[in-house]
Design a binder for this molecule. Structure first.
Ligand SMILES: Cc1cc2nc3c(=O)[nH]c(=O)nc-3n(C[C@H](O)[C@H](O)[C@H](O)COP(=O)(O)OP(=O)(O)OC[C@H]3O[C@@H](n4cnc5c(N)ncnc54)[C@H](O)[C@@H]3O)c2cc1C
Length: 381
């Protein structure tokens, strides 16, 4: 029986599995998802005080739609022989979907790097929450004032003093000028101290040293300085983009028998932009890549990847949130109104469980269909 293999159990992998199951219908096709953990981790929720809530049991999504889960880590992809090596054993495939996600870029050579905390993985977020739990007051340093660092800093400000540092000259550099004023006002309101054009040069027991030599108190130093695609991408292409992602065509195909989705895929968003490393894009990318991998084997027409409108919703802790639309990131809502949007998104990103028809219907509905993601309206505007 023909075999679709999916590497990764995050947004892209899970939705690839559902997309492939949708294309399969009643046909004979084996679908296997390979990922080491029994849970799908909802990384966008890892800044929350209870990271334990940011997970969904994979069996509850994959079981009802007849997708096998091999709990293993893939070390090798042999595209010539069409096999992957997972947990020391070879698994053959007819079509492969690479959806192994991304990882925080860590500063290996920073003195004291072993003391750094992060909210990149469930284990990392648990470790940070456990370390700071039950402390009356703490001093935290967050390195990186991008999306993840801003969410970490504003959340941590609820229980302690926070210093946010970034080597850039502006806060939220990657988010553009649109939401900058809202972000700055939120940091002021929460008492988060901001040091720009600054980085951390050493981490010690209870302290951090900043570039320029200042030593500051730090019960925890949280590293949040950028994501890079899984190293597995190197085994698919020698032509990776600056985030380590594999180039794919409009069907999300990287090689004749290999598709890529989520944070590993450099798919075109439009003529000017590639997709972001964001669950907002990983989810529809997965739905299309998985569908196409199965459709390709079954002789069905492939789907084009045509993304919905680009939005961002950044949580700002006790100061609410900021919600933007478009690549110029026009602010649509801030404060409490945007916080409601964020709460809705943080629930909405949980996939349906236990019910095959609900899961497959969601796989067929490629784009998020929420009041604040009005695709048709955006197109008409
Ligand atoms: C704190 C934080 C906040 C974020 N906030 C937002 C947000 O507000 N909005 C937004 O859109 N995005 C946000 N993101 C980004 C978003 O989480 C990612 O873009 C998204 O998780 C990518 O999905 P993915 O499936 O491609 O990869 P991942 O979620 O990284 O999943 C990768 C999967 O592959 C598995 N895997 C990795 N290596 C292997 C291997 N060798 N073999 C087998 N399996 C492997 C992993 O175990 C995991 O199951 C945030 C990220 C973080 C860390």
């Amino acid at each position: 029986m023909a075999h679709v293999v999916i590497i990764g159990g995050g947004f892209a992998g899970v939705w690839s599995a559902a997309g492939a199951a949708l294309a399969r219908g009643e046909a004979d096709l084996r679908i296997t998802l390979i990922a080491p953990d029994e849970h799908m981790v909802l990384r966008p929720r890892l800044y929350e005080p209870e990271p334990e809530l940011a997970k969904v049991e994979l069996a509850r999504v994959l079981g009802p739609i007849g997708v096998e889960h091999l709990r293993a880590r893939v070390s090798t992809i042999d595209t010539g022989r069409r096999v992957v090596v997972a947990g020391g054993r070879e698994v053959g495939y007819d079509r492969l979907v690479l959806a192994a996600g991304s990882e925080l870029v860590r500063p290996g050579d920073l003195p004291g790097a072993g003391r750094l905390f992060d909210i990149d993985t469930l284990d990392g977020a648990r470790r940070l929450a456990d370390h700071l739990r039950d402390r009356d007051d703490y001093a935290a340093v967050v390195v990186g004032a991008g999306f993840v660092g801003l969410e970490a800093a504003t959340e941590l400000a609820a229980g302690g003093r926070v210093l946010l540092v970034d080597q850039a000259e502006v806060v939220g550099d990657e988010l553009g000028a649109g939401p900058r004023e809202v972000i700055r006002a939120a940091l002021d309101e929460l008492g988060v101290e901001l040091r720009l054009a600054t980085t951390v040069t050493e981490v010690g027991d209870g302290y951090a040293v900043l570039s320029g030599g200042n030593r500051v108190e730090a019960d925890a130093v949280v590293w949040a300085a950028g994501l890079r695609a899984s190293e597995l991408t190197r085994q698919i292409s020698g032509d990776l983009d600056h985030l380590g992602r594999v180039p794919v065509d409009g069907h999300l195909r990287a090689l004749p028998e290999v598709f890529a989705a989520g944070d590993t895929a450099a798919a075109a968003f439009d003529a000017e932009h590639t997709v972001m490393q964001a669950c907002q894009h990983a989810t529809p990318l997965g739905k299309v890549a998985g569908y196409n991998a199965a459709a390709d084997l079954l002789g069905l027409p492939l789907r084009d990847f045509t993304p919905g409108p680009y939005v961002t919703c950044l949580d700002l802790g006790g100061a609410g949130a900021v919600f933007t639309r478009g690549w110029d990131r026009k602010v649509m809502a801030s404060g409490a109104a945007a916080k409601e949007v964020k709460k809705t998104i943080n629930q909405f990103i949980h996939p349906p469980v236990d019910d095959a028809s609900e899961i497959l219907a969601a796989a067929g509905n490629v784009y998020l269909d929420l009041p604040f993601f009005p695709r048709e309206e955006e197109k008409a505007a």
